[in-house]
Design a protein around this ligand. Sequence first.
Ligand code: SF4
Length: 419
Amino acid sequence: MGMTIAQKILAAHCEQDTVEPDEIVMAKLDLALGNDVTAPLAIETFRGSGVKKVFDREKIVLVLDHFTPNKDIRSAQQCLVVRNFAKEYDIPHFYDVGDVGIEHVLLPEQGLVLPGDLVIGADSHTCTYGALGAFATGVGSTDLAAAMISGEAWFRVPHSILFRYKGELNSWVSGKDLILFTIGKIGVSGARYCAMEFTGPVIKSLSMDGRFTMANMAIEAGAKTGIFPPDQVTEEYLESRAGRDYTFYFSDPDAEYLDIIDIDVSGIEPVVACPNLPSNVKPVREVRGVTIDQSVIGFCTNGRLEDLRIAAGILKGNKVARHVRTIIFPGSQGVYLQAIREGLIEIFIEAGAAVSTPTCGPCLGGHHGVLAAGERAVATTNRNFVGRMGHPKSEVYLASPAVAAASAVAGELTHPDDI
Ligand code: SF4
């Protein structure tokens, strides 16, 4: 029996010819990631172990992105723990205010994750890097601590589900719509502990930014990871970024899948995920007219250049509705700078939007746009659970940058065609 991409990457990292779904393996890691929320606990565990050396300082990445610039005393203390550790252990891939980005935008942009890599991150959306053909998954802080010591982690080899997307994309339908539609179809535990393998002619023509958005949300279907077969699009993305060798892995024709799901995209319209689950998906036209108080665009799901270009295309020459606080969150300093160079930031400001430094901010109800009771936001983030963006009585509709920008202008949930 052949192997899937996920199996092949795990096999290669535990020096076995083959691995089987459900087998437990110890595997060598290419990268271990922590942020200002999860790294402090990992560091405490690391220090408690008595070990005085990290396994490889080049393979540890620490990103202060969630509550930075320090939003309060507690977050300042958390960040201080990580800053001190990064200094003491001379961690080269330590990112702080001024060069930080939201981790899942930043790491691929910096060429830190490459195809065929095995990556863990103490953050559930680490699965984003599957867009590059890497196996990447979220872990807890204790696993991160163990990885920082040993350079290894244990895995139960996941089953894979093959998704095949075919047909013609309708206008304004993006990677965000595809993944929301998919989660709406299979549910928030539809891919529990599986690798979602995204394939088909539509995927082949999808940009890297669109692929990152889709892989980012694999966890919202309960998946262990999401993974794309690498191709020419991947190669071009890596051309100016990759500083080391990498390997393209592909599933064998006789690889075994738990399920194969065919999706004809021709019938998909721009969608939103209504409160309070990413699977509560409806075409935006069905919920048109729902008023909003805030529109936030960016983050690790949709804070890349393509996303900001789409939002700017809609906001150009328009004004956001007076009652809609519209805030743009570029995913990294690199994205921010390029957005300035392309005139996108000017468009946002002229439209009446605010632009934030790269940070997770309101995505997790942290800062820079927390919602009050009864308030409602449209957001290009990835989660809309109760209280995710603030008060438990607030509501979040997940959407693409096109829908979020159009809705900001209309003051209510709107199809981009209507702007
Ligand atoms: Fe997590 Fe949101 Fe930050 Fe992404 S932007 S890493 S989902 S908090």
